[in-house]
Design a protein around this ligand. Sequence first.
Ligand code: ZN
Length: 143
Amino acid sequence: MKEQYECMVCGKLITDDEGVTTLNGLWVCDNDSCRTLDEDNEATEKEIRITDKKSYLLCNADDSEFYIPDALHIERNDELMLVDSDEQASIEAERDGVSLIYGMDGVPDRVYVDTDDNRNIITNALAEYPEYYNVHLVESRGL
Ligand SMILES: [Zn+2]
């Protein structure tokens, strides 16, 4: 499994291959929209676009009873505690334009990020780990 870290400029989750550490020690996307390169090929971050901290995080679970392994989902940012629950965090993520899955068999509404990749990951994971199927009906989120 590949770990992902948030780009400090655009906020996207990127893997080791996709990012670079700048001279100032910030982790950013290794492309022209998030960093410039000097003559020595050293990276400098562009203007940081994440100005305010978010109430939610986009997460990949690796060892969770509730969240499907490797599937990107919304959780409350527990460091900031700006909202009361993971549900509220999901609502705020949607307000920011994050698209979340609704009406998919076996998973709760408004938890997982809606991309083709993520849907494939979920479908495969539910086949491989049936214990995650409808796990939200028995486990309470955010406790
Ligand atoms: Zn970026």
